[in-house]
Design a protein around this ligand. Structure first.
Ligand code: AMP
Length: 515
């Protein structure tokens, strides 16, 4: 059996790995570390939870032992799609690099430039960034990328989903062609393969656990529900209460508006709950995550973007409040539980309108998921109101109904929203001249939204979203907000929830106005 000592890592690294308590390298580590140490490019097809982070951090630490950093000229660069993932990689460097004296700079949005500038001034051995904030620093003329010897592109498929690929291409052009590139993705759709072909030279390809598989240690069940959110919330509450072995859980929603709604609803019902989505400021996100990791919070309501790749060991349950639109997201969500051979449980709420997404998931994972208490045909008739949807013991009291009726205010399609959320969550991007790629992307995102809306509604009708579109709210005070276009988009996502008519919108409000 291969041990860490067989991989060619330095003594300093091996000693830190031993201190971390790891003895046997995971398959991605055993496959990627030896060629990475020989300066080969790597194409790693692996999900989070497979030990992927150490598979690039450990060889990088070994290679960085030779040479030293110069001011404003980082030696290595790691690109991550979200702030949390970037912070997690930085933690990995601290853990495995405890015997090294390396300068690590974390460049993520939501943190002041000054502090980051000071780190860069001292000379960074390792730069860990989200793409937008890195480009901001480059445009400010404070960073020279010509000294980068190793480039890591992590979670490439997620970068694609978030619309970061043009940014990555711009960044790659700033780095010497002779660099070593380590490229990781959980899935390999054709766009990612093309990108890998462009960025990598004769890479060593390591593929671990096919991306479509879910861990055998996870018990998966689907739960029939009607599609009104108040009904789904009642089903979810019951489901949570029924879990006698629940230690902690992540609850996934497709849209960040629903993350906020569900979070408020669960806290009003007395659950210990936190929320995580890309528009929260960095300190709230960090606090929330720390509270969840320390077991001060039992339930974490999250969107895919925010939760992607989070290293939260030992989550006992995953609940999908919404069936994910992209089947691969199901695999990622479920991957939050049943890690490292532990057992876990995953429940997905399914209504009639979700069946095509469920079919796609079952096709991807190549298995039928069992219904928990009978399928959709066995569902009793829908409750007539929010009050009657609640279990008896919960009835009476609050006026949640108004909010529940106001379902016509969805801001974006989930895909467009994921892009918008990611970009808002990343650094504030530099001003760009019109015609540059981001404008195109924005147009595409809007086109996605419009297409989906047209599909979803009868001809000639204006969507409730259009009718109820809120006025842009001022940007948060702590934002260094230089990109007007982004600010507009963020405001669209974030604007105050309008008091809407929900399903009862008067006909005159549905007549399309002038653009
Ligand atoms: P990652 O896929 O990088 O997010 O890693 C998932 C988890 O596995 C993290 O908690 C790591 O600390 C842990 N881990 C990484 N390598 C090993 C290893 N060789 N043995 C046991 N656990 C590991």
């Amino acid at each position: 059996m291969t041990t860490f000592a067989d991989l060619g890592l330095s003594q300093k690294v091996l000693s830190a790995v031993t201190d971390a308590g790891y003895t046997i390298p995971t398959p991605i580590q055993a496959g990627a570390i030896p060629p990475a140490l020989k300066h080969r490019d790597i194409l790693g097809i692996a999900q989070t939870g497979t030990g992927k982070t150490a598979s690039f951090v450990l060889p990088m630490l070994t290679l960085l032992e030779k040479g030293r950093a110069r001011a404003r000229m980082p030696r290595t660069l790691i690109l991550e799609p979200t702030r949390e993932l970037a912070a997690q990689v930085a933690e990995n460097f601290e853990k495995y690099g405890k015997n090294h004296k390396l300068n690590i700079a974390l460049l993520i949005g939501g943190v002041s430039f000054d502090e980051q500038d000071r780190k860069l001034e001292r000379g960074a051995d390792v730069l860990i960034c989200t793409p937008g904030r890195l480009l901001d620093h480059c445009e400010r003329g404070k960073l020279l990328m010509t000294g980068v010897e190793i480039l890591v592109i992590d979670e490439a498929d997620r970068m694609l989903d978030m619309g970061f690929i043009p940014d990555i291409e711009r960044i790659a052009k700033l780095i010497p062609f002779t660099r070593q590139t380590l490229f990781f993705s959980a899935t390999m759709p054709p766009e990612i393969q093309k990108l890998a072909d462009r960025f990598l030279q004769n890479p060593e390809r390591i593929e671990v656990a096919p991306p479509s598989s879910t861990a055998k240690t996870v018990t998966q069940r689907i739960v029939a529900t009607h599609d009104k959110d108040y009904e789904k919330r009642a089903v979810l509450r019951d489901l949570i209460r029924e879990q006698t072995d629940l230690k902690n859980a992540i609850i996934f929603c497709n849209r960040k508006l629903d993350v906020a709604d569900l979070y408020r609803s669960l806290s009003r019902h007395g659950f210990s709950v936190g929320a995580l989505h890309g528009d929260m400021d960095q300190s709230s996100r960090t606090k929330m995550l720390a509270g969840f990791k320390d077991n001060q919070i039992t339930l974490l309501v999250a969107s895919d973007v925010a939760a992607r790749g989070l290293d939260i060991p030992d989550v006992s349950h995953v609940f999908n409040f919404d069936v994910p639109i992209h089947a691969e997201d199901y695999v990622h969500r479920i991957g939050r539980t049943g890690r490292a051979g532990r057992s876990g449980a995953a429940f997905t709420l399914v209504s009639r309108r979700d069946t095509k997404y469920l079919d796609a998931i079952e096709k991807l994972i190549d298995q039928k998921i069992e219904w928990l208490n009978g399928d959709l045909t066995e569902l009793p008739p829908p409750a007539e109101s929010y009050e009657s949807a609640k279990p008896k013991r919960e009835r009476g009291g609050r006026r949640e109904r108004d909010r529940d009726r106001d379902r016509g205010r969805r801001s974006e399609t989930p895909r467009a929203e994921a892009k918008a959320e990611a970009r808002a969550a990343d650094s504030h991007r530099p001003d760009m001249k019109s015609g540059e790629t981001p404008v195109l992307e924005e147009t595409n995102a809007k086109a996605d939204t419009v297409k989906a809306e047209r599909k979803a509604q009868p001809k000639g009708q204006t969507s409730a979203r259009q009718a109820n579109r809120p006025a842009p709210a001022p940007a948060p005070a702590n934002d260094d907000n230089r990109d007007r276009r982004n600010r507009y988009r963020r405001d669209q996502d974030d604007g105050p929830t309008p008091v809407g008519f929900g399903d009862d919108i008067p006909a005159f409000m549905l007549i399309a106005g002038k653009a």
